[in-house]
Design a protein. Structure first.
Ligand code: UDP
Length: 316
């Protein structure tokens, strides 16, 4: 039975991944410092004999005695309000020191290690949609740079460990993803809009709402991430993974308002600095290599996510 380490395992993506891995009969070690992750996300797994939780910060080197076959490195705050401001330095450290510590571990265990990189490495992109060959447009001293540059440095470390230390790597660039197990206070747009609408509060659009994003349902994302992890050793990436259907934030606000409560208002707030104007993955590489395409479109994915938040917030 494969032994798999998932860092960031109590977070949104990490906990969804742990669940899939445990149910497909792998032994999973879930590691998190619960800074933005939530132990509640793994409550259903704690008693499973194939699951173990370790509270640990990836900035600190760690030793695991058991042999590890695969490492998914998902540890990092991912929501702009969580990674900016007073948490900025912690964010860079988590990306860079976390990558270093886990790459060292992968080397020692001869494990395959997958880095959860991000569409943010493209910054405010000047090319649309974004293919993997695009080098990006990142403000290196802006409010988002702790995340963007931290993740860019992590990619650099991954490729150097692959080139010079023969570590088996996989790099995926994750575009906006949503679904069950997102935190109600996460701060990202889909969870904000749904929770606001369910509570009867105004929906807050930042800027004029003309900026675009392309949203991927979590199950689709986890499926391709696992497929990439288990693929041929030469397929190191980077691979864009996400759903290329693009929406303006205003369109999203109206979709959620209509689904939950057509009577609530939409209000406009200032656009955060360096907020990318457009984002859409070019997924040809992953499509041609793995024959993968997302299956769940926004309308269906929103319904599933709304049901989840209704339960969490105790709405009928
Ligand atoms: N956004 C918004 N209202 C919110 C939260 C976010 O209009 O309550 C906007 C945000 O400014 C950005 C987009 O929605 O343009 C996506 O933001 P999110 O934080 O989900 O992720 P990002 O893609 O910016 O990392």
């Amino acid at each position: 039975m494969a032994k798999i380490l998932v860092t960031g395992g109590t977070g949104f993506l990490g906990s969804n991944l742990c669940e899939k891995l445990v149910y497909q009969d792998s032994e999973v070690i879930c590691l998190d410092n619960n800074y933005t992750g939530n132990i509640k996300n793994i409550e259903n797994l704690i008693s499973n004999k194939n699951f173990k939780f370790i509270e640990h910060d990836v900035c600190v080197p760690l030793e695991i005695d058991e042999h590890i076959d695969y490492i998914y490195n998902l540890a990092c705050p991912a929501s702009p309000p969580a990674y900016q401001g007073k948490h900025a330095i912690r964010t860079t450290k988590t990306s860079v020191l976390g990558a270093l510590n886990l790459l060292e571990m992968a080397k020692k265990h001869n494990a395959v290690i997958l880095q959860a990189s991000t569409s943010e490495i493209y910054g405010d992109p000047l090319i649309h949609p974004q293919p993997e060959s695009y080098w990006g447009n990142v403000n290196p001293i802006g409010l988002r740079s702790c995340y963007d540059e931290g993740k860019r440095c992590a990619e650099s470390l991954f490729f150097d460990y692959h080139r010079y230390e023969n570590v088996k790597i996989k790099v995926v660039r994750i575009f906006n993803t949503y679904g069950p197990k997102m935190d109600t206070d996460d701060g990202r747009v889909i969870s904000n809009f749904i929770c606001q609408a369910l509570k009867g509060e105004d929906i807050t659009i930042y800027g004029d709402g003309s900026q675009t994003r392309s949203f991927c349902y979590v199950d689709d994302l986890i499926n391709i991430m696992m497929q990439i992890m288990n693929s041929d050793e030469n397929l190191v990436g980077p691979f864009n993974i996400g759903n290329p259907s693009e929406f303006t934030i205003k369109e999203l606000a109206y979709m959620i308002k209509e689904k939950i409560n057509p009577d609530i208002s939409i209000i406009y707030k200032p656009l955060p600095s360096d907020d990318p104007k457009q984002r859409k993955p070019d997924i040809s590489k992953v499509k041609n290599t793995f024959g993968w395409e997302p299956k769940v479109q926004l309308d269906e994915g929103l319904d599933k996510t709304i049901s989840y938040f209704k339960e969490v917030l105790n709405f009928k």
